[in-house]
Design a protein around this ligand. Sequence first.
Ligand code: CO8
Length: 258
Amino acid sequence: QKDYQDILTESHGKVGLITLNRPKALNALSSHLFHEVNNALEKFDDDTNISAIVITGNERAFAAGADIKEMMEKSFAEVYKTSFLGHWGKINDIRKPIIAAVNGFALGGGCELAMSCDIIYAGEKAVFGQPEIKLGVIPGAGGTQRLVRAVGKSKAMEIILSGRNFSAQEAERWGLVSKVLPVDKVLDEAIRLGQEIAGLSQPSIQAAKESINRAFELSLREGCHFERKLFYSLFALKDKKEGMEAFVKKREPKWTDE
Ligand code: CO8
């Protein structure tokens, strides 16, 4: 699409692709860029021809963080009164699965953006980190909350308090990243995964994402209760009948998303 300046969007079948495109600034996440990402995410979420979304950067950088040059002159009063990072939460309202395809630097807000996606695929040379402490601040887009949930307290403390970077291989070992792939395969594999997801019954995909995300908000008992209610509700779908009938009759299901 032509009306974006700092991102590119395209579709690969039922997968919507958002490419962060400020290469000279290592895809630093300016407010302008992030508003464009939000806009593209919302458009893909509302587009019935799209079933999954991939966010990527380039081989050098997924994103090297929030735009430090933009933040440098801002005062407390300004960021507080304008709710400077308020719009970063919009990604959490997207119903369709979002896959991050990460090569190069995913630092600060870039790491937080990747962690706000549902699945992370990383290239062998990807570098993650929350270096905000070295700028005299702390992560501000969920880093202190999402990293600890993904890797546990000791590692999250070590990473955020020291500001040291970590590798794709460490990220995979710790469970932050689901796959490490050769650099030139990351995007293709992320799109392929998106297409695989897009080939399934979409109401179940949406319900599964919603239920998994509740695990971060609810107690185990409440989470399992929420899951069971959603499970029951899927029995109202034609796709539930189709899926089970196809299994029993040993044929491929034909999903209608109804
Ligand atoms: N913001 C603005 N510009 C950046 C950023 C950034 N985060 N990262 C890189 N750039 C720019 C550089 O200034 C440079 O521009 P110029 O050519 O005009 O000098 C260009 O990108 C290339 O960068 P380098 O020359 O530094 O490239 P190197 O290969 O030498 O180094 C690094 C790459 C190691 C990634 C280095 O650029 C670096 O350390 N970048 C900053 C990383 C960082 O500290 N990120 C955290 C930022 S703070 C943050 O994300 C807070 C999150 C809060 C929530 C979100 C708020 C919106």
